[in-house]
Design a protein around this ligand. Structure first.
Ligand code: SF4
Length: 275
């Protein structure tokens, strides 16, 4: 039997709204219109993809000996984001006719600021002091990917793994996170990174240093390997898995309650079905 999938985005939807979870992961509705709703992606998603690609290019270019000016990355990133926003048929804002209300110029400035922050960051300085063999970008590795936990396949990869002599730095980037949920995010990435390191036998646990870097605010937090904190978050992961299992064979839509939080609805693909 094919294993079920757990991911942070799936878990977020489960926490945000059960009805949304039903539409996204349980419903068997094959109608084209419904399938379109499931595929919608907001401009923030495209920004995150462009940011990731640009950062990975900055790192690999530098480690391969090319010291390319920041302006070149900004120019390419801006073009990529503009093309995605103009041409993608599943853009959330286009589908819900929000394009006129959005300041895309300000949005592009945010993208540029995020990239500038990384380019001048302590993290990039550390990476630049390393050799190619010391830096792993899991998403670019062919033989690294998801891993198993209980009956689930976990979709999670740290953004960067850096060999720093006596420690192994496990680095994750935050894209639009606010300072308020930074600590919780650090705890999640710490636990998931730990499971990832364990699955691929990457380093001794005592050597792990987890770093979360916020591209928006240009700040980072770090934490050493802490078994107690990690176990606490793994317990949360287990609870999330148990809840997903409970819902897996439930077909009655009324069992999936709608959220009362309008802020969540505002960015939901399925608002057309609820209002
Ligand atoms: S519109 Fe609101 S209530 Fe409806 S599925 Fe989305 S988040 Fe849930």
């Amino acid at each position: 039997m094919e294993k079920l999938i757990w991911s942070r985005s799936k878990n977020k939807i489960l926490n945000d709204c059960f009805r949304k979870y039903y539409y996204q992961y349980i419903s068997q509705n094959e109608a084209t219109e419904f399938q379109t709703l499931k595929k919608l992606k907001s401009r923030y998603f495209f920004k995150m993809i462009v940011l990731k690609n640009s950062i990975f290019n900055m790192i690999t270019d530098y480690l391969y000996g090319f010291d390319i000016a920041l302006e070149n990355y900004l120019d390419t990133a801006y073009k990529e984001l503009s093309i995605a926003i103009r041409t993608d048929s599943f853009l959330f804002e286009k589908y819900y006719n929000l394009n006129n209300k959005i300041d895309f110029l300000a949005f592009s400035v945010e993208l540029a600021n995020n990239l500038k922050n990384f380019y001048n960051s302590e993290i990039f300085k550390i990476v630049k002091s390393k050799q190619l063999k010391d830096v792993i970008i899991p998403t670019l590795e062919e033989d690294i990917g998801q891993f198993d936990f209980l009956d689930y396949t976990i979709f999670f990869m740290p953004d960067l793994i850096v060999d720093n002599e006596t420690s192994k730095l496990i680095i994750n980037f935050f894209y639009d996170i606010t300072r308020e949920n930074f600590d919780d995010y650090l705890a999640w990435t710490m636990a998931l990174s730990y499971l990832f390191v364990r699955a691929y036998n990457i380093a001794e646990f005592e050597k792990l240093v987890f770093i979360n870097y916020s591209l928006r605010d240009n700040i980072f937090k770090q934490a050493n390997y802490n078994e107690r904190q990690i176990s606490k978050k793994i317990d949360e992961l287990k609870k999330s898995i148990i809840l997903m299992q409970k819902f897996q064979n439930e077909t009655d839509i009324e069992k999936f309650y709608k959220t009362n939080n309008n802020e969540i609805c505002k960015f939901c693909n399925f608002q057309k079905l609820c209002f």
